[in-house]
Design a protein around this ligand. Structure first.
Ligand code: ADP
Ligand code: ZN
Length: 714
């Protein structure tokens, strides 16, 4: 098992439960696996598939994901294929033949396909070793993503009773689990449940004031990183995307109002790292496995924690840090309440309101965010400091709030526990509004008793007391403040209350970049990865994950054996990509020694590219960031292409553009770099002379700019 793990997947260790699960599968036991997104479910069936005789069938609901999954397996040298409706008859025939010849180990299929008579025939002839049911919650009506076709898997079970089933999901309440195992008629199975904690996600809630400015200053600091911004409405998505594009971010929209083609194109652009930011309604994210999502921002309040958790789960699948930021305002909460109250069924309304309340509690929590989230999903993490949420990182100062709490409780008592928060607070601060005067509440002892705090402060106090469980809210539609046992203890002076001091805005916390020792090299390896990926029309992460590149940039492997020690490098990837990456690393190290040692050639900047960016250069940069080619930029601006090249030269120097791979082939870049290191950067013609007619002046200019930019950084 360990050998296979290293040879095909390039990993040295199993994650929690993986080994036990694989053993069960190899023993032909039915198995139920519950792991969070990014937990490593796929390996649980992919690895045993390689060790078992025959064919493993993976049932997966998303046709859009299959190609990626199969590409990824193939890049590891594993014989995988899929059968679905996107293929031509001829393609499908080819795969069928390969299956019957025993040349395929893992086959992906959507459930629709399963019970077609020719599929059944194929499975009977092919000797199936195991069925893996991915996203198994789709089988249950109780889940959030029920797919009627998934019920067909049951019939399959009846036809192939001796073939073991492994069912996997990231979302399962007890009810859903029962449903899955019952539907699939799983017998004597083991259940493996991993913790749903994702320690690399940094949870934080920001007050939604000046939200756009806050967002912008955050994004400025992580330009070039991939991330998703969720909004509640299409309108908001469009507005925000435009604003970000105007600020020269590579951002694209995603929502149900766009055509299928446009949506697919935007998603593809994101997956291929051509776009950094997707601004989306909740529709986005199902069906993408992009591992290097570095931030997930909720610009508007989500409706429930289930959705919120799932959306943040799309961040940091590669195990590296991801910021999960939620902008919270009560205004958003009222908006959602308004929509909920328009629902027809009372039952639906109540469920939705309860979910919204849990969501709001999370935002207002003064205790660890992770703790609140996980306990909502039934996991007890104990009250320890997680060190990776805004609350735990900068705990708030508290004060003895017993006196304030008592005032509030007395007021609730005087009002016979029959009023909501706003009215209670109005009484406390001494308002004489109509409701108060008609009910003669201005005559109560509590009236004006709370002048020492503002209305907003009382609201904060009340919410915190609710959070702490020393004050209750009853009813969903017109929630009333009521007292419980703890409230009475406080009123009797037997219990103290500690409250959070009202403070100024908290500072913005950002995930700590786990930067490798050689950042410059990391960027170069990323560029190389992108070039290779584009050449093969694959998403870059299928070649190597960021985790692998980071390790390369810090371990600096120099031999094949050392390269194999990098996580994610198996034999196949060593053969396919090893030399290209090793060469890049070696060259970087050589260049670095050269520059940090004694520079032989001067890297003086030509006069025309010194100083700060001009407007016209800035304009070119904006268009470049929107994905336009040099010629398109030239056309749009009615300028010549060579003028645009001059701009780009300057932009490279200024550190605004760091890859020229889209314009100059990497090998050519290497040749030009070599010529430059021989004759220096000052003049173009000697460089050109060394290289001959193969190289254009424009190409030399661009490479020269990258060389000088690198030299300046060092
Ligand atoms: P899930 O299907 O549970 O969402 P994946 O199977 O996609 O998660 O795995 C998430 C990431 O973790 C992938 O990049 C995968 O290659 C990586 N991974 C899985 N198992 C291991 C392991 N034992 N060691 C290192 N990385 C692993
Ligand atoms: Zn915490």
């Amino acid at each position: 098992m360990h050998q296979t793990l290293q040879k095909y997947f390039g990993y040295t260790e199993f994650r929690v439960h993986q080994e036990d699960i694989i053993r069960d599968v190899l023993d032909k036991k039915d198995t139920f696996v519950l792991m969070p997104t990014g937990g490593g479910k796929s390996l649980c069936y992919q690895l045993p598939a390689l060790l078992m005789e025959g064919l493993t069938i993976v049932i997966s609901p998303l046709i859009s994901l299959m190609k990626d999954q199969v590409d990824s397996l193939r890049s590891n040298g594993i014989a995988a294929a899929y059968l679905n409706s996107t293929q031509s008859f001829a393609e499908a025939e080819k795969i069928t033949t390969a299956i019957l010849d025993g040349r395929i180990k893992i086959l992906y299929m959507a459930p629709e396909r399963l019970l077609m008579s020719q599929t059944i025939k194929l499975l009977e002839d092919a000797k199936v070793s195991m069925f893996a049911v991915d996203e198994a919650h789709c089988i249950s009506e109780w889940g959030h993503d029920f797919r009627p076709e998934y019920r067909r898997i049951r019939t399959l079970r009846q036809r192939f009773p001796q073939v073991p089933i492994i069912a996997l999901t990231a979302t399962a309440t007890a009810k859903v689990q029962e449903d899955i195992t019952g539907q699939l008629n799983m017998a004597g199975y083991n259940t493996y449940k991993a913790s749903f904690d994702r320690p690399n996600l940094l949870y934080q809630v920001w007050p939604k004031q000046d939200a756009y400015d806050k967002l912008l200053s955050y994004l400025e600091k992580c330009r070039g990183n991939s991330g998703i911004i969720y909004c509640q409405s299409r309108n908001m998505v469009d507005t925000l995307t435009k604003k970000l594009q105007r600020s020269a971010f590579r951002a694209l929209p995603y929502h149900a109002g766009l055509s299928d083609i446009q949506r697919a194109r935007n998603q593809e652009s994101f997956i291929k790292d051509d776009t950094d930011i997707i601004v989306a309604t909740i529709a986005f994210g199902m069906g993408i496995d992009k591992p290097n999502v570095r931030f997930v921002i909720h610009y508007d309040l989500p409706r429930n924690l289930e959705g919120y958790y799932q959306e943040t789960g799309r961040g940091g699948r590669d195990g590296l840090a991801c910021d999960c930021i939620l902008f919270f305002s009560h205004g958003d909460r009222y908006k959602i309440e308004y929509f909920i109250n328009k629902k027809n069924s009372k039952k639906e309304q109540d469920i939705a309101l309860a979910q919204l309340r849990a969501m709001t509690n999370y935002c207002e929590s003064q205790t660890c965010r992770r703790g609140v989230l996980l306990s909502y999903f039934g996991e007890d993490v104990g009250g320890k400091n997680c060190g990776k949420c805004d609350i735990c990182i900068s705990p708030r100062e508290t004060f003895d709030g017993t006196g304030a709490a008592q005032k509030l409780l007395v007021c609730v008592q005087e009002l016979d526990q029959r009023f909501g928060m706003n009215h209670v607070i109005d009484v406390l601060v001494g308002s004489k509004n109509k409701k108060i005067t008609t009910k003669r509440h201005h005559l109560l002892k509590s009236h004006e008793a709370g002048r020492d705090y503002s209305k907003a402060q009382w609201q904060a106090i009340a919410r915190e007391m609710i959070q702490q469980g020393v004050l209750r809210v009853e009813g969903t539609r017109y929630p009333l403040l009521t007292l419980n046992h703890d409230s009475m203890e406080i009123l009797d002076g037997n219990q103290a209350v500690s409250l959070v001091k009202p403070t100024k805005e908290r500072q913005i916390i950002r995930r700590k970049e786990n930067m490798p020792a050689e950042t410059g090299l990391f960027d170069r390896l990323k560029r190389l990865r992108k070039t290779l990926a584009d050449r093969k029309n694959l998403p870059p992460y299928i070649i190597f994950s960021d985790t692998s590149l980071k390790q390369m940039a810090s371990d600096l492997p120099g031999t094949h054996q050392e390269f194999l020690d990098i996580t994610g490098v198996g034999e196949n990837k060593l053969i396919k990509y090893g030399d290209a990456f090793l060469a890049e690393i070696a060259e970087y190290m050589a260049g670095k020694g050269h520059i940090t040692g004694k520079p032989v050639q001067s890297h003086k900047l030509p006069r025309d590219i010194q100083g700060s960016l001009s407007d016209t250069q800035q304009e070119t940069l904006n268009l470049y960031r929107q994905g336009l080619t040099i010629q398109q930029i030239a056309n749009t601006r009615s300028l010549s292409a060579s003028t645009i090249v001059n701009h780009i030269e300057k932009l490279i120097m200024a550190g605004e553009i760091d890859s020229i791979d889209e314009w100059v082939d990497v090998h050519k870049q290497q040749a030009i770099q070599k010529a430059i290191s021989d004759v220096g950067t000052e003049y173009l013609s000697p460089i050109k002379e060394k290289l001959g007619d193969d190289c254009m002046y424009n190409e030399i200019k661009l490479v020269r700019a990258t060389v000088m930019a690198a030299a300046c950084q060092v």
